[in-house]
Design a binder for this molecule. Sequence first.
Ligand code: FEO
Length: 425
Amino acid sequence: MHVRLAEGIDWVGAIDWNVRDFHGYETSRGSTYNAYLVRGEQTALIDAVKASFADTLVRNIEEIVGLDAVDYVVANHGEPDHSGSLPAVLAACENATLVTNEKCVGILEGYYGASGWPIQVVATGDGLDLGGKSLSFVQVPMVHWPDSMVSYCPEEKILFSNDAFGQHLASSARFDDEVGLPVVMDEARTYYANIVMLYGRPIAKALEAVGGLEIDMIAPAHGVVWRGHVPEILDAYSDWVRCRPRAKVLVIYESMWGSTDAMAHEVFEGAARPGVEVELLEVNRAGRTRIATEVLDAAAIAVGSPTLNMTLMAGTAGLLTFLKGLAPRNKAGLAFGSYGWAPSGPKEVNTYLEDMGVEILREPLTAQWRPDDEVLAQCREAGAMLADHAERAAARRRGPGGESHAEVRVHSLRIRLRPRSGRPR
Ligand code: FEO
């Protein structure tokens, strides 16, 4: 199956309907591994797919051109979901030269040996003249690996953005406007939070680097192509790269015998008020993928765990380890939880929050055995404190200069096009 994006440009990737776990990210709607065929007088394949989908990719290319007509295979990124099929693709497309940057060459050598592969090394500002179509390359390091790169086709104004702007979303539709914005944006937000939140600053730089390009479509390496809602996704990224807080409070908790659960409900009651979104998220039922997504734009978080075996509960420890790695910014919060003879669980939660850079609003709220009325009142006060903070943070966000799209600065790129090789076809 292939799908036309523009004259001479087709999606030839693979749909993975069944993937549900992407190194710990719960991909409840599956995913796609997108590859694109760009045809001028010469032909370039942009990105490959996961190893297990190599046959699908080769078959999709063959629906359009013979494999011997593929002159270039552009690797924007070496992670195996995009490079796993490269050995098979390069074996099948025997006239193709691999085009990638130096960092990616090292990664491909590490994974596949890559010895004997014809490789053309490119860097930002380089391009390929395919005759009637061209591609230019921009390295976007740490979006989200050191080798990350995007390719741009100026004739059709399409940005092949690789992981950036992706969504883990399996669909027979190939375009955002065919799926509907709420679903696509929800998956784009989930993807951003769980895959690239740590790299907000490099992504902000990447947005600047492509800010001078005219873009009609953004064709990522996962999910659907943005063509109906390009301004919306650029605007959303402008907010997400800064973890811009909304008036939103999360109460995240795990409980053993109901005491920490009771405390969590009181924190929720204290925070709930008009104009503030408050969510109560039990760690194991909500799951870390959903919780990480909600943390992205929350202003304040309360995290609760009782003491179990002199430490915090394992589900909360796993969640906080995951969140610490994603390094969410602009959060305030507090720890809470019950204990029997040692309050080490909530204290360790507090340490995790400090390590994450969360602004701690008060010392850990604790209850021995069961929370009494005094502790429950303190929980409600703590909830109100979180809501107050969330309102202030949201007000600052709406302040002068807070318009997100104004911050994506325009930056002109000079692209050097490499002459066509003129290799016999
Ligand atoms: Fe979709 Fe970084 O791989």
